[in-house]
Write a protein that binds this ligand. Structure first.
Ligand code: NAD
Length: 490
């Protein structure tokens, strides 16, 4: 908590200047609600701050608009922008322990995980800085009739970047690093529950000396967010969050055909083939079926097992999950922390109840850990005898609740893996990686890992079906911030 306390001290020292707009820290306008940031492991208040208002949104959009329409940022060469992004990356790197503690303190993700996963924050800035050097922003082409053409990558404009609370800064940096590399300017609205790491990012961007208005940050709730996505000054909305909010945003943006990219929910399947060795399954399935206490969009929450091997696999999995220590997320030996907030625990407990009521059987967990009476803790919970039609097999629970579904033969397996409105990620476990590849090709999902679990910031990530629209990460993640312009020489 030492690093986090220092960060909090820095934020509080700015008084109520909690917004970063037009290159300056500003106090929110009058009338914003007072919001609490609560540590989910002990329910203590970390920070109270005034929410941004719609008047602040107007200011932030005006600053980003000015920076885009008349400022230097979109007019710099990509290489010049890349050099600035590398400065941001270096500053973020120096603050990695703070980033990890802010993540753990606000969300309850264990420090062993956040200390490692925080590398993605500077990593995204470094990666997109690299693409500034190599991406063909101006592509010289020749028409079949011989005329000269330049196909140029123009920035999409002023971007509203809206993010959830579960991996707050990593998810924001996918948007900010790629958007800035493309030459866009940004109004970021982080989740109201997790503003602390967005403050750290704004501090690093200010210190790196990016031009005023290029990055603006205002933590606020959904009403202010809704005003932001409707704003005529916003050219593109880049959203990560629930499928329900994503649909609303797509409908709203359609009115003015604002560009939209959406990273939404998931119900990803891990399919275990007959020939998979359990010792090759558990090292990735155990952590990635319930990462951040199951509050990750790509969690492998449905495990499909051949009926003949079901008992053996469930026993090995529950025995391995049983060894994960649930407790204080700041303790080095904790493998799972609490859920991020009271309403998350209410939601997860509601789904556990529904699973029982619809006839699934609990193989482990199902309640609250007896020894932890402060914090929003819940036991890792495993259901067996789950049918694809049950609510727990269809809806995103966003908690440490895993459903085991039996299958009979590969056709049944593929049908069950795809029997969901979502299509974000998946895993195939098999002794034959090429067979795994063939199965992966049949899964209607944005990414699949054969024999493990990988999400790499340098590769595209995103959803089929109701898991989203567009891709983040990789070259594709840059291209979502680009409008293609074709210039002919007659
Ligand atoms: P949420 O949709 O409630 O909120 C996400 C963000 O959107 C918050 O900043 C919120 O204030 C804002 N928001 C909500 N309604 C809005 C509206 N009408 N207009 C503008 N802004 C609005 O989601 P959450 O509970 O914070 O996050 C959990 C969800 O996010 C899960 O469904 C999870 O799967 C999803 N998620 C997806 C990815 C991905 O990459 N696909 C990554 C992480 C989380």
């Amino acid at each position: 908590m030492e690093q986090l306390n220092r960060t909090l001290h820095g934020i509080k020292a700015r008084g109520n200047a909690g917004l970063f707009i037009g290159g300056e820290w500003r106090a929110p306008g009058a009338g914003g609600a007072l919001l609490d940031v609560v540590a989910p492991h002990n329910e203590e208040l970390l920070l109270q701050y005034a929410e941004a208002t719609i008047a602040d949104v107007d200011l932030a959009v005006a600053a980003a608009r000015e920076a885009f329409d008349r400022g230097p940022w979109p007019r710099l060469s990509p290489q010049e922008r890349g050099a600035q992004l590398r400065k941001v990356a270096a500053l973020l790197k120096a603050r990695m322990p703070e980033l990890a503690e802010a993540w753990t303190g606000q969300v309850g993700a264990v420090i062993g995980f956040t200390s490692k996963a925080s590398y993605q924050v500077p990593g995204l800035f470094d990666y997109y800085a690299g693409l500034c050097d190599t991406y063909p922003f101006v592509d010289e082409r020749t028409r079949s009739s011989g005329g000269k053409v330049r196909v140029v990558a123009e920035p999409a404009g002023v971007v509203a970047a809206i993010t959830p609370w579960n991996a707050p800064l990593v998810l924001l940096c996918y948007k900010v690093a790629a958007g800035l590399a493309a030459g866009c300017t940004i109004v970021a609205k982080p989740s109201p529950e997790t503003p602390i790491d967005a403050h750290i990012l704004a501090e690093c961007i200010a210190e790196a000396g990016l031009p005023a208005g290029v990055f603006n940050m205002l933590p606020a709730g959904r009403e202010v967010g809704d005003y932001l996505i409707r704003h005529a000054g916003i050219d593109k909305v880049s959203f990560t969050g629930s499928t329900a909010a994503g649909k609303h945003i797509a409908r709203t943006a359609a009115d003015r055909l604002a560009r939209v990219s959406l990273e939404l929910g998931g119900k990803s399947a891990a399919v275990i083939l007959e020939d998979a060795k359990i010792e090759n399954v558990l090292p990735s399935l155990v952590p990635y079926s319930m990462p951040i206490t199951g509050q990750v969009c790509f969690s492998l929450t449905r495990v499909l097992t051949p009926r003949s091997r079901r008992d053996e696999i469930v026993e090995a999995y529950t025995s391995a999950v049983g060894k994960v220590k649930v407790g204080d997320p700041f303790a080095a030996d904790s493998g799972m922390g609490p859920l991020a907030m009271q309403r998350q625990r209410d939601r997860v407990e509601g789904y556990i109840e529904k699973g029982r009521a619809e006839g699934a059987k609990i193989a482990m967990g199902g309640g609250r850990p007896a020894s932890l009476n402060r914090g929003f803790f819940i036991e890792p919970t495993v259901f067996v005898d789950v049918e694809p039609t049950m609510t727990i097999a269809r809806e995103e629970i966003f908690g440490p609740v895993v459903s085991f579904i039996d299958y009979d033969g590969e056709e049944d397996m593929i049908a069950k893996a795809n029997a969901t409105d979502y299509g974000l990620h998946g895993a195939v476990y098999t002794g034959d990686p090429e067979h795994g590849y063939a199965v992966a090709r049949q899964m209607r999902t944005g990414s699949v890992t054969v024999n493990g679990m990988i999400v790499d910031i340098e590769m595209p990530f995103g959803g089929f079906k109701q898991s989203g629209l567009g891709r983040e990460g990789g070259i594709e993640g840059l291209e979502t911030y680009i409008e293609t312009k074709t210039i002919y020489f007659a």
